[in-house]
Design a protein around this ligand. Structure first.
Ligand SMILES: [Ca+2]
Length: 580
């Protein structure tokens, strides 16, 4: 433990477990043909001796009963994954919304495990994050770099496939989003596309492919909770450990809460961020050209009407939803303003409406996290199941006036990540030191299961970090890549962060932004042109090149550009932090 290598080798007993999972015939055939191919000029006597040794080993390891139904060596894994569930909206993160966040169950999970404050995503978008989780790779290596092409190539290696091949029962329930039929799962029951908040259409199947489709009546998060519990109750093969991905659609765009959460934020005032009315001074062109402010770009339907992702409501649901919506539509009508009015009065109303819908949607996830964990507790599964809570990426909740993600600023780059691993992870630890990522999930789950990690995986196992034994060579910097120019006019960019200092590059403009989060946690004044930062910026540029090489980034964005002297208007308007 605490090995400083890039990947830690599995323990010997864990390595042998992998062998016992392979059918004997398969093992003999593979081994024998491999020997013949590789050693055709070796004498046959030696070949047979090698084969005999392998067979004897096979028989010996088969004597040992493989840990089933979860154990310390091959624990069950429950991966709860939500969508856009901003870390600052979760109480345990202690941010500006902690007094109004309604996340008691996620907070409890944090109090029983390790909460990461520096979990960064490779790319803050739904599809790319899901592909990064499954493969442990950046988008340019797994094929999903943006949401317009989320047709994941299911023939590539993924951790669920490897776990399934090594004796785990694998299942995924809820949001999939990756267009192609899920592969590597003994069971899947997923929404089509983004999924609808009410009465979602679900596609169900197994390792053989799609088996049936159906519409399930009800509210999305409650359905994901129900189906997760139902699978744990009746879908499991109790002779095997399981790896279950329970993936919520909430709190994605549409931000529709469920009926049980309709009244949660009545008469509650949501605190505003200091930079709700950011004027985008002292930063580059990209932030001034985006179209993701809640006061200009959030549609009427999203806050006071029917969002596109609402789904088709039955008469009872319609009546309840309209009554809920009147809490927003009636005050809006009373203001007697056009929706496109950009007055602070209407902007503040939009902020309150967005946040109430978002937080109530988050509360619906939290309630179901509580239900699922209660089931584990009541069914003797709590002690041998690792429970993870993670969001696919962060989300702006009014910071800079934004309501979306994409930018490499802290609200989107960071994501919620909490791990409860009974007997392994110390309870209630907040990890604000180690930089971890969604690309680390695959390696981590493989090591938890005692499966050797393929070299081609780009993320690293967090197991030693979780055990409080962070290797000396653990990453000190992180590469972010944003490829998509589709919605909200956010230009492609990439950058590097060491957790405090952050450098972002926008190729289209040949512009850089530099922030020191200790001095400027809200990233309001780029300090790129301040002479005293030259040393750290030069160091980060070198690190950016090193990381892009390490991760085999394609040369679509040339390093020649990166070395050109930036020359742009705002250079003249730049000020050092602290100077008024
Ligand atoms: Ca998302």
């Amino acid at each position: 433990m605490g090995d400083a290598g890039l990947f830690r080798l599995p323990k010997l007993d864990q390595r042998t477990m992998k062998v016992t999972q392979l059918p004997l015939e398969h093992f003999v055939r593979q081994s024998y043909s491999m020997i013949l191919e590789k050693n055709s000029i070796m004498n046959k006597k030696k070949n047979y001796a090698t084969l005999l040794l392998i067979l004897v080993t096979q028989v010996m390891v088969s004597q040992a009963k493989v840990a089933s139904n979860g154990s310390m060596d091959s624990p069950n894994i429950l991966f709860v994954f939500s969508d856009d569930h901003a870390w600052q909206s979760i109480g345990a993160y202690g941010g500006r919304l902690k007094e109004v966040a309604h996340t008691p169950n996620i907070d409890k999970l944090a109090s029983e495990g390790m909460l990461f404050r520096k979990c960064f995503v490779a790319n803050a978008l739904c599809g790319p994050s899901r592909a990064a989780v499954l493969t442990g790779k950046y988008g340019h290596r797994n094929g999903v770099t943006w949401n317009r092409n989320t047709n994941f190539d299911g023939s590539q290696q993924t951790f669920p496939k490897m776990m399934r091949q090594n004796g785990y029962q694998t299942a995924i329930i809820g949001k999939w989003h990756l267009a192609s039929v899920p592969t590597g799962f003994d069971y899947f029951d997923c929404m089509k596309g983004q999924g609808r908040y009410y009465n979602p259409f679900l596609q169900r199947g197994n390792a053989e492919g799609l088996q049936d489709t159906r519409t399930v009546v009800g509210y999305n998060s409650d359905i994901v909770g129900d189906l997760t519990i139902e699978w744990l109750k009746n879908g499991r093969d109790k002779s095997k450990p399981f790896m279950l991905m329970s993936q919520f659609k909430a709190t994605h765009h549409g931000f529709c809460p469920g009926p049980e959460e309709y009244d949660l934020y009545d008469d509650v005032h949501i605190p505003e961020p200091d930079n709700l009315f950011d004027d985008f001074s002292y930063r580059g062109t990209a932030i001034r050209e985006q179209t993701l402010t809640l006061y200009k770009n959030l549609s009427h339907a999203i806050l006071v009407g029917d969002p596109g992702e609402l789904g088709e409501l039955n008469p009872d649901q319609r009546k309840a939803w309209d009554a809920y919506r009147s809490k927003f539509s009636e005050p809006f009508q009373a203001m007697n303003l056009n929706w496109s009015d950009q007055s602070r009065e209407l902007s503040r109303f939009k902020y309150q409406s967005l946040l109430k819908n978002f937080l109530a949607s988050g509360a619906g996830i939290d309630k179901n996290v509580g239900r699922i964990r209660a089931f584990l507790q009541e069914n003797d599964l709590a002690d041998n199941t690792v429970v993870i809570y993670m969001a696919d990426h962060g989300f702006f909740l009014g910071e800079h006036g934004f309501f979306d993600k994409r930018f490499m600023y802290e609200e989107a780059l960071r994501t919620a990540f909490i791990v409860h691993w009974p007997g392994k992870v110390e309870e209630g630890v907040v990890n604000d030191r180690d930089i971890v990522s969604n690309i680390d999930i695959a390696s981590t789950f493989l090591e938890m299961a005692g499966i050797e990690i393929p070299q081609e995986i780009q993320g690293r196992s967090m197991v030693p970090v979780l055990e409080g034994k962070t290797p000396d060579d653990w990453r000190k910097t992180f590469l972010y890549t944003y490829h998509e120019l589709a919605n909200h006019n956010v230009q492609p960019h990439f950058g590097v962060t060491d957790g405090r200092n952050k450098l972002i590059y926008y190729p289209k403009y040949n512009e850089w932004e530099f922030f020191d989060l200790k001095k400027d946690p809200q990233e309001m004044i780029s300090q790129y042109f301040i002479p005293e930062n030259k040393t750290v910026i030069t160091k980060l540029k070198k690190e950016l090149v090193r990381l892009r090489n390490q991760y085999h980034c394609p040369p679509v964005i040339t390093h020649r550009n990166m070395n050109k002297k930036a020359n742009w208007d705002y250079e003249k308007r730049i000020i050092p932090i602290g100077v008024k």
